[in-house]
Design a protein. Sequence first.
Length: 181
Amino acid sequence: MDGNEAALIAAGAAVLASAATGLSTALAARIQARASYQTQLAQLDHAKAQDRYTQRRQAYADFVKLVGVLHSHLADLVAVAGDATAFHEKQQLARADRAILMSATHVAFLEGPAPVGERVRDLYNSVDRFWASVDRLHTAACGGDSEATQDRRQQVITVRYDSRRLRDLFVEAARGALDDV
């Protein structure tokens, strides 16, 4: 073998080695880019799930908190059921929170899922029944009919307990939905 052949073989080997190195570097870069992309997707998915959880939790918390506030207002109304002036003053305060509850109801309902939405609707309707029951108590108490007032007072107690039961069912459904996020 003369020097030219050896030089050609050496040059060919260098070119092949360089091509092999370039190919393996390109493959490694491609694998690294794919892994980086998958990591970024996983981080984005995790961030979305966290945001979803936080948004749902806040909607549920706002809703149940406002239900509690309205229950307190209604208890205050029961306490002054026979006093028309005090009742109407307290009722005006309660109306503002009732309107806020309606907005929170819509948000919590939209957050879903369906079983939670169903509990949201049930709980909101129970608060409406509680409100109507307190209003009927006020009418009876201001009318001076002690027997009707006692009946209405018993209805208020029954509706209040039902509303509390439905609140507990809502909380249970909300916790289940949050566990699934």
